[in-house]
Design a protein. Structure first.
Length: 288
């Protein structure tokens, strides 16, 4: 199929993009990497009257250190993050997760922020954003700005979504302190395909060598990536051993909001069966 007719614009500044959003409202859509948008346009699943291409806005194509973390602009490609020495040093968990996304040609076009803006229930970047406590900065046409926790933003049932005249400027990911263990693992039906279940893990070690500050998030277990509080509680304060990781991973379903989903890629029963193994392997990756 072919997309419906639309007006194409390519603003050179954030102010110009916001003015266009204010003019077109809900009839406009943002084009960054286009890896999700272009197929939707071709299938006429979305029918915008105006497509606003933000790729010529230089200030959105920036990766920088900020407040002990990384600020990644809305036009930054996934492949650029994957190859960035700065990202590898400050937030290697994000690099590990991006490496699981589709293929290099897709990552050469897809953007980190665009991936989050899709609010996909099963997304490698969203899983890391929830695990780390990332935050998105959003600008409005009236000149205001707000910051939204990624955990709320990626929840399709949350009101923390974009208004018709708002634009995500960037996403801030906390940096990992020296000595922090981190791991990411997922299962796919085949290489470079959709994730069925994924897990992201970070933890530190206290003076006695026990696990502290553990954070675990997983996707494929609900309609959004989730923090797994039961797993975190089972590990926090204990000695890091493979046996502990295995036992704690069985607590992935302690939270009542965990409800694996059925879709064309896998059944809920399969996800429920495989999830503890994926969480365990993420911990083993962190331990290594």
């Amino acid at each position: 199929m072919k997309p419906v007719d639309f007006e194409y614009t390519a603003p050179r500044s954030v102010d110009e993009a916001l003015a266009l959003l204010a003019r077109w409202g809900s009839d406009a859509t943002i084009l960054a990497g286009g890896q999700s948008l272009i197929p939707l346009l071709a299938a006429r699943t979305v029918r915008p009257r105006c497509v606003i291409d933000i790729n010529r806005i230089a200030e959105l194509d920036v990766i920088g250190e900020d407040a002990g973390g990384l600020r990644i602009g809305a036009a930054v490609r996934q492949a650029d993050c994957e190859a960035s020495p700065l990202v590898r040093r400050v937030c290697p968990l994000l690099v590990a997760a991006i490496g699981w996304i589709a293929s290099l040609p897709v990552r050469n076009r897809g953007t980190v922020v665009g991936n989050l803006a899709q609010r996909n229930a099963i997304s490698q970047i969203s899983t890391v954003a929830v695990a780390l406590g990332a935050r998105l900065r959003i600008a409005a046409a009236n000149g205001s700005e707000r910051t939204v926790a990624a955990e709320s933003f990626v929840d399709a049932n949350s009101p923390a979504t974009l208004g018709p005249a708002e634009l995500v400027l960037d996403c801030w990911f906390p940096g990992l302190a020296p000595g922090t263990a981190w791991g990411f693992y997922e299962v796919q039906r085949r290489a470079a395909h959709y994730a069925l279940v994924s897990a992201a893990v970070t933890y530190a070690r206290g003076p006695s060598g026990n696990v502290t500050a553990v954070r675990v998030a997983a996707s494929g277990l609900a309609a959004r990536p989730l923090r797994l509080a039961g797993v975190e509680a089972a590990i926090d304060g204990r000695a890091a051993t493979p046996a502990l990781f295995c036992a704690a991973a069985q607590r992935a379903f302690d939270d009542p909001v965990v409800e694996p989903i059925d879709d064309i890629h896998a059944t809920a029963a399969y996800r429920r069966a495989v999830a503890p193994t994926i969480v365990e392997r993420a911990f083993l990756a962190a331990a290594s």
